[in-house]
Write a protein that binds this ligand. Sequence first.
Ligand SMILES: [Zn+2]
Ligand SMILES: [Zn+2]
Length: 134
Amino acid sequence: MVERRHTSQRQWVLDTLQSEGHLSALDIYNRVRVQHPDISVATVYRNLGILTESGQVQIVGNSNQKEIYDARTDSHAHFICRTCGQIFDLEGFGPADAVKIQQLSGHRVTEQRLTLYGMCRDCCEMQAKENIIQ
Ligand SMILES: [Zn+2]
Ligand SMILES: [Zn+2]
């Protein structure tokens, strides 16, 4: 009975992440809480830990000092805006050449994560407009 409750809480966390894309633990908590007011932040963190360990969720990087989780676990790159905090999937950037890396360095790649940080297109456009006004 207890385990079933934990399983459904884990499912709420996973469902929220799958439907909303990239979220921090606190974002997930605030969304799940609307439907299930009795869930705690600690429960969300614990379930995110379990989901990350089992490979159903990945941590893509950090935005505003918060770790960002993603329910999409295929190898894809991310861009995180340091100005507004938005997180974007970057399509078309394949994984690094693991075979070549092992040939050159002797290191065997078992997982990889590409996360780029900078200023997103929206913020760049906004800055360009502000510069024109000034
Ligand atoms: Zn931005
Ligand atoms: Zn993603």
